[in-house]
Design a protein around this ligand. Structure first.
Ligand SMILES: [Zn+2]
Length: 279
């Protein structure tokens, strides 16, 4: 049985005494050793093992501090994520819960000298929402879980789309209102203006009428003009007598003949009547 046997009375006594939370400042991070009191810690610092560890630390202190800082931050965030994922909690509460693990990374081995400094750092780097209140610092874990991040993204996207839609709708309403106001103003001021413009339109219509009269005028005024030339200006399908192939003199002659014919018919009718009367 060795000196540090697990079941020796001294080892058992030490374990009993070591139960529960011990003074943080009597913890040696490099050796991961918790001492019960100042005297114990002094003794530990004199030990050969600790001296060796301190030499290792002294060779590259920044690397150790960085590593401890990273580990401290990770385990602290892991704890807040597990215990207070969706709630706003006091930084002190989270810290007191975090240090109940005897072998947690102690803050005095990290780059942060105080909890406030660490909390501010978390807020600055966007890992937590932090705020100072009269009751101390409060923090809310910002979830970086891919699924939650995706959900948040979708939510914000939908929210943005809704906002844009609302904005567009409001803009449209505003534009409509403006247009209505403009029209109302125009109606007030241009009631007199509208009249002249209508009169002007009437004038142009008169001109059109004059033009159409001009079209009709010449053919009507000059009976001597040929019917063929007049009919060529008229639209298709309009009822108008077809030009006769014979030259004008013959037309007039025909007309005269027609008159003569009708006259002779009349005379014949008269003759017929006269004959009937006679008969
Ligand atoms: Zn040590």
């Amino acid at each position: 049985m060795g000196k540090n046997d697990f079941l020796t009375p001294k080892a058992i006594a030490n374990r009993i005494k070591a139960k529960g939370l011990q003074k943080l400042r009597w913890y040696c991070q490099m050796c991961q050793k918790q001492c019960r009191d100042e005297n114990g810690f002094k003794c530990h610092c004199m030990s050969e093992g600790h001296q060796r560890q301190m030499q290792v630390f002294g060779d590259n202190p920044d690397r150790f501090v960085d590593a401890y800082s990273q580990e401290f931050e990770d385990s602290f965030l892991e704890h807040i994520k597990r215990s207070h994922r969706f709630s706003r909690v006091s930084a002190n509460v989270v810290y007191n819960e975090y240090i109940t693990d005897r072998h947690h990374i102690h803050m005095n081995a990290t780059q942060w000298l105080t909890l406030t400094e660490f909390v501010k750092y978390l807020g600055r780097t966007g890992k937590c929402k932090v705020e100072e209140t009269p009751k101390g610092w409060f923090m809310t874990y910002i979830d970086r879980d891919p699924e939650i991040v995706l959900k948040e993204k979708l939510k914000s996207k939908r929210h943005k789309a809704e906002l844009a839609e609302e904005e567009r709708h409001e803009k449209m309403l505003l534009e409509q209102a403006e247009r209505a106001a403009k029209q109302a103003k125009l109606g007030e001021t241009s009631q007199q203006k509208v009249m002249p413009s209508e009169l002007q339109r009437d004038g142009s219509a008169d001109g059109k009428v004059a033009f159409s009269l001009g079209m009709v005028g010449p053919s009507a005024a000059k009976p001597g003009a040929s019917q063929a030339s007049a009919s060529s200006h008229l639209p298709e399908g309009s009822e108008c007598p077809k030009p006769k192939p014979k030259p004008k003199p013959s037309i007039f002659a025909q007309d005269e003949d027609d008159e003569k014919m009708s006259a002779s018919q009349n005379s014949r009718d008269k003759d017929g009547k006269g004959a009937k009367n006679e008969g």
